[in-house]
Each structure stands twice: as structure tokens, then as C-alpha cells.
Design a protein around this ligand. Structure first.
Ligand SMILES: *[C@@H]1O[C@H](CO)[C@@H](O)[C@H](O)[C@H]1NC(C)=O
Ligand SMILES: *[C@@H]1O[C@H](CO)[C@@H](O)[C@H](O)[C@H]1NC(C)=O
Ligand SMILES: *[C@@H]1O[C@H](CO)[C@@H](O)[C@H](O)[C@H]1NC(C)=O
Ligand SMILES: *[C@@H]1O[C@H](CO)[C@@H](O)[C@H](O)[C@H]1NC(C)=O
Ligand SMILES: *[C@@H]1O[C@H](CO)[C@@H](O)[C@H](O)[C@H]1NC(C)=O
Ligand SMILES: *[C@@H]1O[C@H](CO)[C@@H](O)[C@H](O)[C@H]1NC(C)=O
Ligand SMILES: *[C@@H]1O[C@H](CO)[C@@H](O)[C@H](O)[C@H]1NC(C)=O
Ligand SMILES: *[C@@H]1O[C@H](CO)[C@@H](O)[C@H](O)[C@H]1NC(C)=O
Ligand SMILES: *[C@@H]1O[C@H](CO)[C@@H](O)[C@H](O)[C@H]1NC(C)=O
Ligand SMILES: *[C@@H]1O[C@H](CO)[C@@H](O)[C@H](O)[C@H]1NC(C)=O
Length: 792
């Protein structure tokens, strides 16, 4: 254990507890979801360090990320930098990032030249610090594709000037990374015996992007900006003056420095404004440790410096930053204590899956606001392309992956981050004010990725859970615009997925949907999924309307009637949902018209009216039989979101025992505690939100209502200390709530035999939100064999 000397060293230089003092965070493995051979078979997660909901996450960089590739892969064996990433998910583009990489000897600016081998078995990843031991021998010409074997053998493809040598013998540097919300704190240790002229390279922009770097040797700073926004072609907002700014302040004086354009370095130059640019600073040969704090900002270099000085001021030690970030995560995750788990197989340790799931789920939407010395906050909006002042303490939330997260992630946020929910809703309405529409998939700005206006559901979700500190009149304006106003050029564009240069997509095909009850498949892309989602969105809009006194009764009646439009897609001959053409005929191919799914899964896409769906089948047992076929024949695809609520339909229909078996099987097959432990993209917490809810024993099948459907709790006992405000719509009451969920024998007994909430028998497999957050005790009695509980 090489970490031991480090621990001892820290203990001697700080009065604080060692950075790796045991805590609940030991159950978090940020590498979960970081392995995958294809973009779809990848969690898209990275071993990032940041506090919850931070604007910027810092990550080791083993790959050059782009849309469909994140900056780190668990199978990679070369490290090429430490990156301040703003890529929230694998299918989104990076924006305005900065990368730092240490090295020795000749400065190597290019990604493909600067990779250093690292010792995988000594890599340490936690939510609050990432540590790695590096080989100082450059691996010229290698990229992330290098295999472990190649590195281990010392083979250096294309390695002009490289010294072959095995990793064991060569490891002679160490890098550690921690980060506050807008500032990275990096520490590079160089082993003098092996080393000459340590340097740090700061990459501002990649190929084809023009950025700036400036070196101030008196302040020991490198500053600059990067305007890159990889998904700039998507959506209507171009955010023309967008830039990611940075100020990197070093602990050691520069012995020399220079700038780089591509692979060309200009020694002694202190400024570059160019395509593909960066800067390097080099230190005296005897230097053994360099620390650097890197403030980042979307506003300006000055603001990046302000962020640095406020969040990690000059005298703050690396250990202090680690402690602050660790405390921020403990404040969230140490609220849950679990006993009685399936404990034998470490690769399936459910505590690791659960806590890592919470860690993933409490990162987005993220707060783009930046602090001022006055205590006010400011933020850049890509919608207005301007900087805005926020009232004291107010954040501004961005990164909305709503087609994914409306399902369970937002319900989870109302439970574990209630203090942020009203502010998140205000941010949604702010976006509506600026752009005229609620977001669909807003990265820096709207990308129009995926379909439908599921922000309607997110607002209904907050309202039904008691969150009202936002303008409900405006919420109604926003959702009723979604429901009644087709997007621009609706009858002209196809609105296919990721179509470039489109206006706000909102409900593409609404022109036809409003007239005939479905989106015509011979006219718009993804018509089947749109029709089903719009029916649910209509239901959610009507829910929002019930919270606004002046919503017109006529509109509410229209919305409630339209919420049954799913039935237009019911093909009674095939007993499947089927996309339809404008003239009412069925799409020639039943596989047409679906968004990341097929007619099997979309046939169950009626979250708000399961009895109505059952009626189409001719009764609930017929729908149950279809679910059996669906699962037994392998049609369920839990790796993508449309399948997430499906196993819980058994409970709604009156067969909770089948739900229990199915949920457990899905959890076992799609989640584990290894780096490959997410079968699909995490999608800003939705994959994990499914697991966290399922482990607790209930899931929000209809997230526009306050109901959760009971499944099968995984643990014998869970004690939760809810955050203040959970039962009061996010308003502080001065105290945390406390709930104990018990389910004796749960790890080996999947079936619910009985359920009590504070002593009251619950006979239907449904709990509502208010009941859960106010209860002190939820008691499940479990059974090894199927029971008749919840059967009707
Ligand atoms: C990775 O390596 C394999 C085998 O050497 C090669 O065929 C493939 O093209 C490489 N891929 C990339 C992205 O470099
Ligand atoms: C940027 O530089 C690269 C090579 O370094 C070159 O291929 C590319 O054309 C340049 N792009 C622009 C926009 O100048
Ligand atoms: C950079 O631009 C050049 C010339 O337009 C193009 O061929 C190349 O693919 C671009 N490279 C990247 C990495 O975008
Ligand atoms: C970059 O320049 C260095 C030194 O001149 C050279 O060894 C290396 O091969 C170059 N890298 C590439 C990718 O051209
Ligand atoms: C709430 O929104 C409505 C528009 O629906 C607007 O007229 C009103 O001024 C807003 N109220 C506040 C307090 O901002
Ligand atoms: C509803 O409309 C009436 C009449 O226009 C108005 O006086 C009242 O303030 C409105 N109420 C709300 C909650 O907007
Ligand atoms: C209905 O529309 C489909 C698709 O556009 C077309 O193939 C079919 O011929 C039409 N049927 C009638 C009766 O017009
Ligand atoms: C489907 O067809 C069956 C058998 O013809 C009929 O009894 C039922 O009413 C039909 N259901 C619907 C929704 O049209
Ligand atoms: C973990 O899950 C991944 C993805 O589902 C799977 O490929 C891998 O085999 C699983 N590992 C274990 C130990 O179950
Ligand atoms: C416990 O482990 C078994 C396999 O040993 C698995 O089938 C079962 O689903 C697990 N139960 C839970 C609650 O994780």
C-alpha cells in the first residue's frame, strides 16, 4: 500500500483527520459506469471530483472526449491530463474545458505525445480526491487505445525518442486531484532522482478551435479561454460569445515558460491567441512538488480568478480542499444508513451500487452560478449570451436531460436535495422567459435531443410534492404553450433526432396531434413515441393547471381528454401500439416511429392510465400476460429509459409478486459494483435513480402524480435522515426528518407479505410522497415465496 506514507505525512502536517479517514463514502466507487466497449454499452461515467451539483467536474483524462466519448475509460492505461469537464453525459458535447498535464524533460503538448503510463492497481478514486502514480517515461505516439499489455511490455508504438521500460520500474511521479465547484486543486509530486525540469502544460484549445493563453510569471499564473462547444450545431441558440475561462495559479516560481500552437512550442513567449493553443511552465530541476489551483468561469478571466480566490484562497492547503469536498458529499450521503445486505460478492455489493448511485444522482442539473465577494452570484446564460445577476444565494441550474430524468431522477431530487428543487424550477421558468420554451435536452443551451415536452412532468412532479416557491402562473403559461402551440416550421420539418439548425422542437407534430389525436408517421419522425409521450405530457399539464387558480376549465378539460390519445395507437389486431399515418392507416412497418425502443416496450408507455391500457388489452390479466411474454422473451431493455417503469406495472395491475421477481432480476443483471456496472448510459442520474428507489422498495411509475408503486426492498434496514425541507416544499423548518424502513430477511426474501406505515396497514402497493416523507417507520414483512399481498 503506497498510500500509507502519504497518510502518515498528512496526519503530521495537519490537525485535521486524514483525507482517507473511513466514512460512508468508502462505499462510493466513482469508477462504476466508466467501462464499456461501445458508447451505448457504457455508463458514460468518469472518476470525477467535485462537490454535488457543481458547475465543473474534474477528471483524469485518458481520452479526447467528444459527443459519444467521455474523457476517461477504465480500460485505458495512459493518462494524458486532468480535465475540467463540462460534458454532462456521453451523448453531449464538451464545452469550454481546460486540461493540465505534468511531465518532465521535453515539453510535449499533443495529446498523443504526452500520455504517461499509470499504475492501475494504485489508482485511487473517491468523490473528493483522485490519486494516481505516474511513470515519467513519455509514451510518444500512443493514445487511449494502448492496451495494458502493450504498456506492461514497454512496447512503445511510434515511440521516437521514447525510452522503453516497464511501468513498475519507471513509476516516479504522483498526481492528486480535488476540486471545489469552480476550482480544481491539483498536486504533482516529482521524484527528483529520476527527473529533470518538471513542467506543467495547460491546454486551452484543441485542433480547429481558436483560444487564448497568457502567462504572468510574477503572479505565477497561466490564464486564458477556450470557446469550444462541441454540440454548437444543434438547436437554435448559438451562444456566440460562449467561452470557458481559466486562471491556473501555481505554488512554485516558473524557471521558464512558453506557449504552444499544435506541436510547435515557442520558448519564452507569454501570450498566444491561436488555433490549437496552450502554454507550459517549467520549474527548477530540484522541484519535487507543484500545486496548482485552477479557477474556471463562463464569465471572464477575472471571474475565474475571483472563483479561485473565494473557493480556494492562497493559504488553503490541498488537504483542506479535500476535506471541504468530502464534507459536502457526506452532508448528502451520510444521511442514509443501510443494514442487512447481500454481502458475499464484492462485485455485487449493493451498498456500493446504492451509494454510488446517489453520488451520480446528486450531480445534475448543475448550478452555473459563480460567486462574487459581496455574496451575490452571477451567471452566464447561453440563451441570452449575457451575464446575469442572481439574487443573494440564488443559483442557476442548467444541464437538463429531461427525457431521461423526468422518470425517477427528479423525484429523487425532491427527497435528497429538496433545498434545490424550487430553485431548479425557477431556472426552468427562467429558460422559458428567455427562449419562449421549456427545455427538452439543454446542455449549455437547447440541443433538441430526444422528444416531447417532459419538463411539463418535472413541474408537475415538484408541485405534487409540495414545492411551490416559483411562479405557478408562469409554469402554467409554459406548459400550456407546450400543449397548444406547435413549434416553428412544424409542418415543414421532420424534426428527426439531432437534426441540425432547427428551431425549438417542443412538441413537433402537434399540428396533427391536436387535430386528429396522433402525430402522423408519414409526416414526422418518431411519431409513435411522440404521440404516447404527448398524451402523458397532456396529463402532466393538467396537473400543473390544478395548482393554478386561473387555468381555464376548458383547457383543463381538453388536456384531460387528450391524455387518452395513447389509445389512438392501439392496434387491436396485433395487440400492440402502432404508429399511424395521417389518413389513419397503420405505419407499413410496426417498428417505425419509436424513439430508442420498439413496439414491445412502447406498448407499455402509458404511465398515467394503466387501467385504461389494461382495458385496451381486454382486461388486466391480458396485460399481465403480455408483460410475462415481454420479460420472458427478453424484450425489456433496461439499459434505456423507456423500459424503466415497466416491471412496476405488475404491481399496479395487482400482481406485486411478479414485480418483485422482475425488479430483483433487473437489478442483478443491469447493475454491479464494477467499472462495467451500469448496463446503459447513466443519463444524469436516471439509471441510478431507478436502483436507489428500487432498493428502498418503491418507484415513481407516474412521476406527474405523488404516487410511488411498491416493488421489493433490497435491504433489511435503511435509516434515512431526510434533508430539512423535504416535507415542507423545500422551505426550512430547522430540522431534518427521520425515516426507518425495515424489511427483515429482504436480501433472500423478495416478496412483500405485508406493509405498515407508522403502524397502519397498507394493502394496495402504493405509497404517496407525503406519506413517505412524514412517516417515521415503514415496515415490510418479507417472504421467500410469492404472497397474495396487493392482489386484487
Ligand atoms: C486501436 O487499436 C487497434 C489494434 O491496434 C486498431 O485496429 C484500431 O484502429 C485502433 N483504434 C483507434 C481508435 O485508434
Ligand atoms: C488549425 O490547425 C490545424 C493544424 O494544427 C489545421 O489542420 C487546421 O486547419 C487549423 N484550423 C483552423 C480553423 O485554422
Ligand atoms: C480541423 O479542420 C480540418 C480542416 O477543415 C479538418 O480536415 C479536420 O478534420 C478538423 N479536425 C478536427 C479535429 O476537427
Ligand atoms: C511533436 O514534436 C516532437 C518533437 O519535435 C516529435 O518528436 C513528435 O513526433 C511530434 N508529434 C507529432 C504527433 O507529430
Ligand atoms: C408570474 O408570471 C406571470 C406570467 O404568467 C407574470 O405576469 C407575473 O408578473 C409573474 N409574477 C411574478 C411575481 O414575477
Ligand atoms: C386570476 O384572474 C383574476 C382576474 O383576472 C385576477 O384578479 C387574479 O389575480 C388571478 N389570480 C391568479 C392566481 O393569477
Ligand atoms: C394512407 O397513407 C399511406 C401512407 O402515406 C399511404 O401509403 C396509403 O396509400 C394511404 N391510404 C389511403 C387509403 O389513402
Ligand atoms: C378489440 O377486439 C376485440 C375482439 O374483436 C373486441 O372485443 C374489443 O372490443 C376490441 N377492443 C378495442 C379497444 O377496440
Ligand atoms: C457487471 O455489469 C456489466 C454490464 O451489465 C457486465 O458486463 C459485467 O459482466 C458485470 N460484472 C459482474 C461481475 O457481474
Ligand atoms: C442477492 O443475491 C442473489 C444472488 O446471490 C441475487 O439473485 C439476489 O437478487 C440478490 N438480492 C438482492 C436484494 O440484491
Amino acid at each position: 500500500m503506497y498510500l500509507l506514507p502519504l497518510l502518515l505525512l498528512l496526519a503530521s502536517i495537519t490537525s485535521q483527520t486524514p483525507i482517507h479517514a473511513p466514512s460512508i463514502l468508502d462505499h462510493v466507487n466513482p469508477l462504476i459506469g466508466s467501462y464499456g466497449t461501445t458508447p451505448n454499452g457504457n455508463g458514460g461515467m468518469i472518476p470525477s471530483v467535485s462537490p454535488p451539483f457543481a458547475m465543473t467536474r474534474w477528471t483524469p483524462q485518458t481520452r479526447e472526449n467528444f459527443i459519444s466519448q467521455v474523457p476517461y475509460g477504465d480500460s485505458d492505461r495512459l493518462l494524458h491530463g486532468f480535465q475540467a469537464t463540462h460534458q454532462p453525459a456521453i451523448w453531449m458535447g464538451e464545452a469550454g474545458s481546460v486540461v493540465l498535464m505534468p511531465g518532465v524533460g521535453t515539453v510535449r503538448p499533443l495529446f498523443e505525445d504526452r500520455g504517461l503510463a499509470f499504475r492501475k492497481e494504485e489508482e485511487r478514486s473517491t468523490p473528493y480526491v483522485y490519486e494516481v502514480r505516474l511513470d515519467s517515461t513519455p509514451r510518444l505516439g500512443q493514445d487511449w487505445n494502448a492496451t495494458a499489455e502493450a504498456v506492461g511490455d514497454g512496447e512503445v508504438p511510434g515511440g521516437a525518442g521514447a525510452v522503453p521500460g516497464d511501468v513498475e520500474a519507471g513509476a516516479n511521479g504522483r498526481a492528486s486531484l480535488t476540486a471545489d465547484a469552480h476550482v480544481g486543486h491539483l498536486r504533482f509530486d516529482f521524484d527528483t532522482a529520476a527527473v529533470s525540469s518538471p513542467w506543467v502544460f495547460v491546454q486551452a484549445t484543441r485542433r480547429n478551435w481558436t483560444g487564448e493563453v497568457r502567462i504572468d510569471h510574477e503572479r505565477q499564473e497561466v490564464s486564458g479561454y477556450n470557446p469550444e462547444r462541441q454540440d454548437y450545431r444543434l438547436g437554435p441558440d448559438k451562444a456566440p460569445s460562449f467561452k470557458g475561462y481559466f486562471v491556473a495559479r501555481f505554488s512554485q516560481p516558473f524557471e521558464s515558460y512558453g506557449t504552444a500552437v499544435g506541436n510547435e512550442t515557442v520558448h519564452g513567449s507569454s501570450h498566444a491567441h491561436d488555433n490549437f493553443t496552450g502554454a507550459y511552465v517549467a520549474f527548477a530541476p530540484s522541484t519535487t512538488r507543484v500545486e496548482v489551483r485552477v479557477g474556471v468561469s463562463y464569465i471572464s478571466v477575472e471571474q475565474a480568478r475571483t472563483n479561485l480566490e473565494i473557493e480556494i484562497p492562497d493559504r488553503q492547503t490541498f488537504e483542506t480542499t479535500v476535506h471541504r469536498v468530502k464534507s459536502a458529499w457526506l452532508e448528502k450521503l451520510d444521511r442514509v444508513h443501510i443494514e442487512g445486505v447481500n454481502g458475499t460478492d464484492p462485485d455485487h455489493d449493493p451498498r456500493k451500487i446504492f451509494y454510488t448511485g446517489l453520488f451520480h444522482a446528486l450531480q445534475y442539473p448543475n448550478d452555473f452560478s459563480e460567486p462574487l465577494p459581496s455574496g451575490d452570484r452571477v451567471f452566464y446564460s447561453g440563451y441570452t449570451d449575457r451575464v446575469h445577476h442572481a439574487p443573494r444565494g440564488e443559483g442557476y441550474y442548467q444541464s437538463w436531460s429531461i427525457w431521461d430524468t423526468y422518470r425517477a431522477e427528479h423525484s429523487l431530487l425532491t427527497l435528497f436535495a429538496p433545498e434545490r428543487v424550487n430553485n431548479m424550477m425557477r431556472s426552468l421558468l427562467q429558460i422559458f422567459d428567455w427562449s419562449g420554451w421549456l427545455p427538452m435536452w439543454a446542455n449549455l443551451v437547447e440541443t433538441n435531443i430526444m422528444i416531447a415536452t417532459n419538463a411539463d412532468v418535472v413541474l408537475a412532479n415538484a408541485l405534487t410534492r409540495g414545492f411551490r416557491d416559483f411562479n405557478v402562473s408562469k409554469a402554467w403559461d409554459a406548459v400550456s404553450k407546450d400543449a397548444f402551440t406547435p413549434p416553428d416550421r412544424d409542418t415543414e420539418l421532420l424534426y428527426y433526432d439531432r437534426e441540425p439548425d432547427t428551431p425549438y422542437e417542443a412538441r413537433a407534430g402537434l399540428t396533427a396531434y391536436a387535430e386528429q389525436g396522433w402525430v402522423s408517421n408519414d409526416r414526422w419522425a418518431e411519431s409513435g413515441s411522440r404521440t404516447l409521450d404527448y398524451a402523458f405530457n397532456d396529463f402532466a399539464c393538467a396537473v400543473v393547471g390544478t395548482y393554478y387558480a386561473n387555468a381555464s376549465a376548458h383547457d383543463l378539460a381538453t388536456l384531460n381528454a387528450r391524455s387518452k390519445n395513447y389509445a389512438h395507437l392501439w392496434n387491436n389486431q396485433t395487440q400492440f401500439m402502432h404508429a399511424r399515418n395521417a389518413n389513419g392507416s397503420w405505419a407499413a412497418d410496426p417498428s417505425w416511429g419509436w424513439t430508442e425502443g420498439d413496439d414491445w416496450v412502447y406498448t407499455f408507455d402509458v404511465m398515467h392510465d394503466v387501467p385504461g391500457l389494461a382495458k385496451l388489452f381486454g382486461g388486466r390479466s391480458a396485460l399481465r400476460d403480455r408483460l410475462d411474454v415481454h420479460f420472458h422473451q427478453g424484450h425489456n431493455e433496461h439499459s434505456n429509459e423507456p423500459s424503466h417503469h415497466v416491471p412496476y406495472l405488475y404491481s399496479v395491475l395487482g400482481w406485486p409478486a411478479r414485480a418483485a421477481e422482475t425488479i430483483r432480476a433487473i437489478a442483478w443483471e443491469n447493475y454491479n459494483a464494477t467499472s462495467g456496472g451500469l448496463s446503459g448510459n447513466e443519463d444524469l442520474g436516471q439509471m441510478s435513480a431507478w436502483y436507489v428507489f428500487s432498493a428502498l422498495g418503491f418507484y415513481p411509475v407516474n412521476p406527474a402524480s405523488d404516487e410511488y408503486v411498491v416493488g421489493s426492498p433490497f435491504f433489511e434496514k435503511v435509516e434515512i435522515r431526510w434533508p430539512d425541507g423535504v416535507a415542507s416544499g423545500g422551505r426550512s423548518t430547522g430540522q431534518d426528518g427521520k425515516l426507518v424502513i425495515t424489511a427483515p430477511g429482504a436480501p433472500t426474501k423478495p416478496y412483500v407479505r405485508s406493509l405498515k406505515v407508522d403502524g397502519r396497514e397498507v394493502t394496495k402497493p402504493v405509497l404517496n410522497h407525503g406519506e413517505i416523507v412524514r412517516a417515521r417507520k415503514i415496515e415490510f414483512a418479507m417472504s421467500e415465496t410469492p404472497t397474495s399481498w396487493g392482489v386484487y
